[in-house]
Design a protein around this ligand. Structure first.
Ligand code: AVJ
Length: 323
């Protein structure tokens, strides 16, 4: 997989390479509006905490999407061809994919893409034992780059899968750019099945990112734990607090870490000054209406086709066709 120089890198989604974490921390905390990229949430502890988040009563996206996939798997796989290729961007554990694979036509080849080869390895073992006829061909890499399809698969029809509303971390222009990047591996007529969290009552959204058990707070604060562990700092976590607010104008949840006091934090021998109440932005999670996301898809040369939602219209799964 080679980074195509023509396609700008999407910094939000790049794998965290040792040096890169430090560079991103120094760069982010040196900005007038301090920021830390959300991709650094997912170290081993962060991935564990995210799994916990998906089980929380307040955090509805994961279970609601799984419910939609279970209810409509038969319809969704109607668009899959016998002997076709299913490409999943950021597959991770491929748990949701199993719902579709259970109903998929014979002779399918599954190409999960992820930065974590251990996650890919585990998923391959699990899926090939559950689905004997399925060929799993993992690709270790960063899905924000165009991927090259193995020559022996090149002539076969393809479907893309991008669940979880992960695209919500990107600003709408970056989200459109990513959808265009997907076209490199999903040529004309290919379908893309994508999960999008829907706009809803702000109180429910805020609760989903401020759970009573404090797991999301720990997930957010884990960034400071990483800085202390990996960059030789001794940030007092007691002087920072988690914050997640809904910004209706932008239609997004914003997560921040707030310094509760005026202080100087030393990281690898460099001082970073914080006023009391000063925030570090750590994540955006954009929410769309169905019409808004369809408009964004069209702007990236994808034709909206079928849409599936849960009865309470909390979450949506879209089928797009590459044009
Ligand atoms: C994995 C990016 C979809 O934005 O809802 C969960 C990550 N952040 N709780 C989201 C997350 C806080 C999640 N995504």
């Amino acid at each position: 997989m080679r980074p195509a120089s023509t396609i700008a890198r999407l910094p939000e989604l790049l794998p965290d390479v040792e040096g890169e974490f430090g560079a991103a921390v120094f760069e982010g905390l040196s900005r007038p509006k301090k920021t830390l990229p959300c991709r650094f949430f997912y170290d081993a502890r962060g991935s564990e905490l995210f799994e916990e988040i998906t089980q929380l009563p307040e955090y509805y996206p994961t279970r609601t999407e799984a419910q939609i996939l279970r209810s409509h798997a038969g319809e969704i796989v109607e668009g899959f061809d016998e002997g076709g290729v299913l490409i999943e961007f950021g597959a991770g554990s491929s748990i949701k994919t199993e719902i579709l694979l259970a109903q998929a036509p014979a002779g399918l080849t599954y190409v999960p893409i992820d930065v974590s080869d251990s996650a890919l390895g585990l998923a391959k073992l699990r899926l090939e034992s559950r689905f004997p006829g399925l060929s799993v061909r993992p690709v270790v890499g960063d899905f924000s780059y165009p991927i090259e399809i193995a020559p022996d698969l090149a002539a076969r029809p393809r479907v893309g899968f991008f669940p979880g509303s992960t695209i919500g971390n990107l600003t709408p222009p970056d989200a459109a750019r990513l959808l265009r990047t997907f076209k490199a591996s999903l040529p004309r007529e290919s379908r893309l099945i994508i999960g999008i969290d829907l706009k809803k009552d702000a109180r429910q959204l805020v609760l989903a990112y401020n759970d009573a058990a404090g797991v999301t707070a720990e997930f957010n604060m884990n960034l400071l734990v990483r800085i202390n562990r990996e960059l030789g700092s001794s940030i007092d976590l007691g002087t920072f607090r988690h914050e997640a607010v809904y910004e209706p104008r932008e239609g997004r949840i914003e997560m921040h870490l707030v310094s509760t006091i005026k202080q100087v934090v030393w990281i690898s021998g460099r001082p970073f000054h914080f006023d009391g109440g000063e925030r570090i932005h750590t994540e955006n999670s954009y929410k769309y209406s169905i019409a808004q996301f369809q408009e964004l898809a069209r702007s990236a040369a994808w034709a909206p086709n079928r849409v599936w939602t849960d009865p309470r219209q909390q979450f949506s799964v879209h089928e797009l066709i590459s044009i």
